[in-house]
Design a protein around this ligand. Structure first.
Ligand code: ATP
Length: 237
């Protein structure tokens, strides 16, 4: 069964400060994601990968088209759904993990990671224990677990970000460059954790430029070129 069906999705930005110049980021996108499928999303810089992901997460509102999402409680069009429905989906079943951690001031790493569980789970200590397990698997030194991620290195922040994205086992995970700036061992851990999610039924759309990650993780690839999905990869990425 498809968890996502995208029909004729386009996204155009109107740049008011540039005298209403228009930038077309996505054009007539048709795509599907099956339950438990991992899709690798590739394409050159500026080809529209992040815009597509943000349209699926509704950070960006698509200009035209339809995104049918088979939620746990029925099919919903993510383009037309009201904001309350989108917020509920984000809390319960969809997660977007950008390349960069948006750091929450004065919240220790373990709570940043556990936060998606802390909202719902009664047993807060169990949620924190799960967060510590993930941080340990990802090789974040234990001395940093209670520190604030604002001062962490890029790779350390990325581990926190990935752990936070997967801790609540979302139904749909949109993840941008999860293995960039990680060493090979940690890369393998991230790949293993995302594969575990797939076993649990999670569908994943993963932007990556890393051939190792794509070849070991993705069931299928979609390639974007100037805002369109191309049937085959025709350019060097
Ligand atoms: N908020 C925005 N306002 C205006 N233009 C935007 C906005 N977001 C993206 N764009 C434009 O849309 C096009 C696609 O950008 P997008 O970030 O989706 O590409 P990308 O493939 O993710 O690139 P990268 O690999 O460099 O992250 C670019 O021309 C970009 O300038």
């Amino acid at each position: 069964m498809n968890i996502i069906e995208v029909h004729q999705l386009s996204k155009t930005f109107d740049l008011h400060i540039l005298h209403d110049k228009q930038i077309t980021a996505l054009q007539h996108i048709d795509m599907t994601i099956r339950e438990g499928e991992i899709i690798g999303l590739t394409g050159r810089s500026g080809s529209g990968k992040s815009s597509l992901m943000k349209c699926l997460y509704r950070t960006y509102l698509a200009t035209t088209g339809e995104i049918r999402y088979a939620s746990a409680s029925g099919v919903i069009d993510l383009v037309k759904a009201d904001d309350h429905a989108i917020i509920a989906l984000r809390r319960q079943e969809m997660r977007y993990c950008s390349q960069f951690l948006s750091v929450i001031p004065r919240v220790p790493a373990v709570d940043v990671v556990a936060e998606p569980l802390l909202r719902t789970e009664k047993n807060k200590e169990e949620a924190r224990a799960r967060a510590r397990t993930l941080l340990e698997m990802l090789g974040l030194p234990s001395g940093l677990w209670d520190a604030y991620p604002v001062t962490f290195s890029g790779g350390e922040q990325q581990r926190v970000n990935v752990a936070r994205a997967i801790i609540a086992k979302p139904r749909l995970l949109l993840i941008d460059e999860p293995t960039a700036s990680l060493d090979v061992r940690t890369k393998d851990v991230v790949i293993g954790l995302i594969r575990d999610l797939k076993q649990h039924g999670t569908s994943v759309l993963c932007i990556s430029h890393d051939e190792y990650t794509l070849s070991t993780l993705a069931d299928r690839r979609l390639h974007l070129q100037a805002g369109r999905i191309t049937p085959t990869v025709t350019e060097i990425i």
